[in-house]
Design a protein around this ligand. Structure first.
Ligand SMILES: [Zn+2]
Ligand SMILES: [Zn+2]
Length: 262
């Protein structure tokens, strides 16, 4: 399989991936000491988790939004890649930010649960070698991809769509702030993928890795920019048409016949 085909299959972009990798390592190095092992539970740490999750969301998604939608210099250069010319309504973007902050609290809630389990010795972290670590990271990636496809298809069943998932589809011209514009029930379902840390043996790095995969990867699918062959365009079509392209990668859509190219 060629490089372009692989990029397309996984719906990834090298620049976004690099940004994600740098952020993941920065959080692991400077913002995850509380996940290292058993210790006293502290309220300050719980507050830190909430502030770090919200701060990271605003910095990461805000920076991408500023580059693509605000700064005249970059906006002009990127304009040819905007999928549709029309810009998202400002009032909707404000609502998306408010809903995203609510989703950040849900994500922080899962991390607090993991922190409490680690601190009290209920979740024992491991220290595998390099190969083992890579293997566990791959299992986590496949898990988050399958989990997203399955929960997203569930969200498109009539009952759940009307009451829950429709909120995410208010954004039919997505921008980075659409990523976590969720009904709270969808937030609880989406971030539940973090619970994989209770199912497979993980290190502190893996806990950060799954959190960052869930918290940062959706930025690309909601850029609103990209060529017809890009992963960003793939999820853009889902927001426009609602009946195809349910996955994060295109693997499961191809497998289950729900893939649409254009
Ligand atoms: Zn979406
Ligand atoms: Zn959907």
């Amino acid at each position: 399989m060629g490089y372009t085909a692989l990029k397309r299959l996984l719906s990834l972009h090298p620049a976004m991936l690099l940004l994600q990798a740098i952020t993941t390592f920065a959080v692991y190095r400077f913002g995850a000491a509380h996940l290292a092992g058993p210790g006293p539970v502290s309220a300050a740490t719980i507050a830190f988790i909430v502030v770090r999750t919200i701060g990271l969301f605003l910095a990461f998604y805000g920076a991408i939004y500023v580059v693509f939608y605000v700064l005249p210099f970059t906006k002009r250069r990127l304009a040819p890649y905007k999928i549709i010319e029309q810009l998202p309504r400002t009032a909707l973007v404000h609502q998306e930010i408010v809903r995203s902050l609510q989703s950040c609290l849900i994500a922080a809630g899962y991390e607090i649960a993991i922190y409490l389990a680690v601190a009290t010795g209920h979740l024992k972290l491991v220290a595998p070698g390099l190969l083992g670590s890579i293997g566990i990271a791959l299992i986590i990636l496949v898990w988050t991809d399958v989990h997203f496809y399955a929960t997203h298809r569930l969200m498109h069943t009539k009952w759940l769509y009307k009451r829950v998932h429709v909120v995410h589809h208010y954004s039919n011209n997505p921008n980075p702030f659409s990523s976590f514009s969720f009904h709270p029930i969808e937030g609880v379902a989406y971030f539940s993928a973090m619970l994989v840390v209770f199912l497979v043996p993980v290190s502190t790095f893996h806990v950060v890795f799954v959190m960052m995969a869930l918290e940062l990867l959706p930025a690309y699918g909601h850029l609103g920019f990209g060529k017809e062959t890009s992963g960003s365009y793939f999820h853009f079509l889902h927001h426009r048409k609602n009946a195809t392209n349910f996955g994060a990668s295109i693997i499961w859509d191809k497998l289950f016949g729900t893939y649409e190219a254009a």
